[in-house]
Design a protein around this ligand. Structure first.
Ligand SMILES: C[C@@](CO)(OP(=O)(O)O)[C@H](O)COP(=O)(O)OP(=O)(O)OC[C@H]1O[C@@H](n2ccc(N)nc2=O)[C@H](O)[C@@H]1O
Ligand SMILES: Nc1ncnc2c1ncn2[C@@H]1O[C@H](COP(=O)(O)OP(=O)(O)O)[C@@H](O)[C@H]1O
Length: 315
């Protein structure tokens, strides 16, 4: 191959149960993910690209980013797609190079795992570009090393994550869900939101319980019951995210007032997610939020959708 394009979805967390802080600084989670139809695209092409060359061992990479908040994405070796290319290239057993082009639609630092999505897309694209055919388990292990949410971006669908969120079990339940996402001004640092969650727990003297999957939420998914799912959505990081970004309480209240089946902060935020009863309901809800001026912009999306998928290749 000389060029491979991979499409990769954003995620929303249907349940984010956060356990105590571990000795390694991470938290044990029950993280119920759903992949939604808001996609970044990553194209991997052989040869030098427009971005400055970055090297790691025998791997040379470059990266350019366009689209939603592209100027907030790093163009150095901290870019998660570049890190993914380095990790795959280290297994090639020969010198390899890649020019990465990222087209972003997923908000940056928005709690929708855009960076993780780009890493998963780059893993799949580079594996295909260099003809490595790495086993799926190995790609999953590399993904988990890159970040807690990267394995889910490979898997897609609806799944429960345990450990840091990287140990995944797919949930089979049928159904299609309609979402509205309210994008906020600016982003929130995931590490800062977890730290704020710990601080709040310490301040209230409330010990963190061991995270458990919600039986009600799993039953709602099994029954593909959107109303019941809406009432079961929970996020332990929400109080911390709202404290760090106060306007979110107004955004959430507006979505509930306009008839969302469920409303919550997506992951570490600041994007807010609203579950609607149908595609029409989602469009109406998005319009109402736009008119109310309680967010920077809205997008509608459906879920679940597949994880990182090759959508184009040039021999
Ligand atoms: C909160 C969630 C919910 O899905 O995602 P976002 O909403 O930010 O996208 C995830 O837990 C984020 O996953 P991800 O963004 O991959 O995190 P990582 O790069 O692995 O870790 C970034 C930082 O988040 C904190 N962290 C992450 C995962 C975890 N189980 N416990 C943690 O405490 C740690 O402070 C860590 O240094
Ligand atoms: N390819 C990438 N796209 C977006 N952000 C990236 C990327 N690579 C690294 N980052 C860094 O990761 C941080 C978190 O971004 P992102 O994954 O979009 O948010 P979140 O963790 O809230 O879902 C960003 O602030 C940015 O500095």
């Amino acid at each position: 191959m000389t060029s491979v394009t991979v499409r990769v979805p954003a995620k929303v967390n249907l349940q984010l149960a956060v356990g105590p802080r571990r000795d390694d600084g991470y938290h044990d989670l029950v993280n119920v993910f759903q992949a939604v139809s808001l996609f970044d695209e990553v194209t991997a092409t052989t040869g030098p690209g427009a971005g400055g060359p970055l090297t790691s061992g025998d791997v040379t990479a470059s990266v350019v980013v366009e689209g939603e908040a592209a100027d907030q994405v790093p163009l150095d070796a901290t870019n998660l797609a570049v890190r993914a290319a380095f990790a795959v290239g280290a297994r090639a057993g020969r010198p390899v190079d890649v020019a990465l082009r990222i087209r972003k639609a997923i908000p940056v630092a928005g709690g929708m795992a855009g960076g993780s999505a780009d890493a998963a897309a780059a893993l799949v694209a580079c594996d295909e570009l260099w003809g490595l055919a790495l086993p799926r388990d190995e790609l999953m292990d590399i993904a988990a090393d890159l970040g807690s949410d990267v394995p889910f971006a490979l898997l897609g669908g609806t799944a429960v994550g345990t450990g840091r969120g990287e140990r995944l079990t797919s949930l089979a339940g049928g159904g299609e869900y309609h979402w509205v996402f309210a994008l906020a001004d600016g982003g929130l640092s995931t590490a800062k939101v977890y730290a704020e969650c710990d601080r709040l727990r310490e301040a209230t003297g409330e010990p963190a319980a061991w995270p458990e999957a919600s039986a009600r939420l799993l039953a709602a998914l099994e029954a593909a019951d959107a109303k019941e799912l809406g009432e079961s959505l929970t996020n332990d990081l929400q109080p911390a995210a709202v404290l760090l970004h106060r306007p979110l309480s107004r955004t959430l209240a507006a979505g509930r007032e306009y008839g969302a089946l469920g409303a919550l902060v997506s992951g570490s935020g600041p994007t807010c997610a609203f579950l609607a009863g149908s595609a029409d309901h989602a469009r109406e809800l998005a319009l109402a939020l736009d008119v109310a001026g309680v967010c920077r912009a809205t997008v509608t999306a459906r879920g679940p959708v597949p994880g990182a998928t090759v959508i184009g290749a040039t021999a």
